[in-house]
Write a protein that binds this ligand. Structure first.
Ligand code: NAD
Ligand code: MG
Length: 334
């Protein structure tokens, strides 16, 4: 059984004795900053001059400095800018201000694992990665619960990196839900694999293919939307609550039989071979190199796909249907 820590295993005083810089105020940054502050930790947010997030952070009562200023002031620096710009921010604003005994923290292992960032040897390098989006890290904290976190140690120059990491994880609420021990390699590779194969890439392609199949066969787009996108949440909730057996117990026997006999015609031996190739590309660093090269050019392919996706019929139909669902607060991407 993997090692999991809870609040009782964490010393809340350790992180309170440090000055913590949170670089970036996006999804994770706002949640960490506010949770740490409410846990009694001394926090400064590091943001660029003219950042749109500055007023938001300040009006929440947080102190804001430049990324360089915050790094200079702090003993613990948590990197919460987008992964593809993190190495630049590190080189320009963080590295010049690292001192022996400081702790560099990450919420995802990408930049350390793929060698984009190489920290000096006399600095601790720790990962505290919430396994959930920032708005949940924040909301669950205010509800006296938390999002499970991963902890990993890349460098332990001080000998106390692990205890400090646990203290940080506990202060953002992770110790209420569990803090799982892992490595930078495992977190990075499984995270990328999960998002590519199922959570983001796999699910999106399944939705689009199933939706298009129904619409091309002459069914109403509204019916196709409910069946292929809307209902997915209800199924995922069952999986989340009780695994596959509970999901199959809750759906009809007809659905369960259809699933056993047809599901493996959709995810075939060929799909499994392709999954293995996707994993190989992650492990070899080929995916990381490809994405960093794209990001340096302004991510043209990502922007083009994002645009195309927004024009997909399932998105257009969905937007109208969601307006008619009083129980949800419809969201729109910026
Ligand atoms: P985000 O895109 O939501 O926010 C990034 C923040 O960085 C913004 O405040 C932006 O203004 C700021 N920023 C961008 N460029 C900057 C620069 N050059 N200098 C200073 N600030 C800059 O990012 P996020 O999703 O919170 O991701 C942060 C880290 O957390 C990443 O390592 C990511 O992998 C990890 N993570 C994210 C999630 C998630 O659900 N979003 C979950 C777990 C881990
Ligand atoms: Mg992830």
């Amino acid at each position: 059984m993997a090692k999991i820590y809870y609040d009782k295993d964490c010393d809340p005083e350790l992180i309170k004795g440090k000055r913590v810089a949170i670089i970036g105020y996006g999804s994770q940054g706002h949640a960490h900053s506010l949770n740490l502050t409410e846990s009694g930790v001394d926090v400064v947010v590091g943001l660029r001059e003219g950042s749109a997030r500055r007023t938001e952070a300040e009006s929440s009562g947080l102190k804001v400095m430049s990324p360089a200023g915050a790094s200079e002031w702090a003993d613990v620096i948590m990197m919460l800018v987008p992964d593809q710009t993190m190495a630049d921010v590190y080189r320009d604003s963080v590295e010049p201000h690292l001192e022996p005994g400081d702790t560099l923290m990450f919420a995802h292992g990408f930049n350390i694992h793929f060698g984009e960032i190489e920290a000096p040897e006399d600095v601790d390098v720790v990962m505290v990665a919430p396994k959930g989006p920032g708005h949940l890290v924040r909301r669950t904290y205010t509800e006296d619960s938390g999002v499970p976190c991963l902890i990993a140690i890349h460098q332990n120059a001080s000998g106390s990196a692990h205890d400090l990491g646990l203290s940080y994880a506990s202060a953002i609420g992770g110790g209420r839900a569990g803090i799982l021990e892992t490595t930078f390699k495992e977190e990075t590779e499984t995270d990328l694999f999960g998002e590519q194969v199922i959570l983001v890439g796999g699910v999106e392609e399944l939705i689009k293919a199933a939706f298009e199949t129904l619409v091309e066969a002459g069914y109403q787009p509204e019916s196709a939307y409910f069946e292929t996108l809307h209902e997915l949440k209800l199924i995922v909730d069952l999986l989340y609550e009780g695994g596959m057996s509970w999901m199959n117990y809750s759906v009809s026997d007809t659905a369960e039989y259809g699933g056993y006999t047809r599901g493996n015609r959709i995810i075939t031996e060929e799909s499994r071979r392709e999954m293995k190739k996707v994993l190989d590309e992650i492990q070899s660093g080929a995916f990381a190199n490809e994405w960093m090269a794209q990001a340096r050019e302004g991510a043209p392919f990502l922007l083009e796909q994002r645009d195309q996706n927004r024009g997909h019929q399932v998105e257009i139909v969905g937007k109208d249907l969601r307006k008619l669902m009083p129980f949800l607060d419809p969201k729109e991407a910026e």
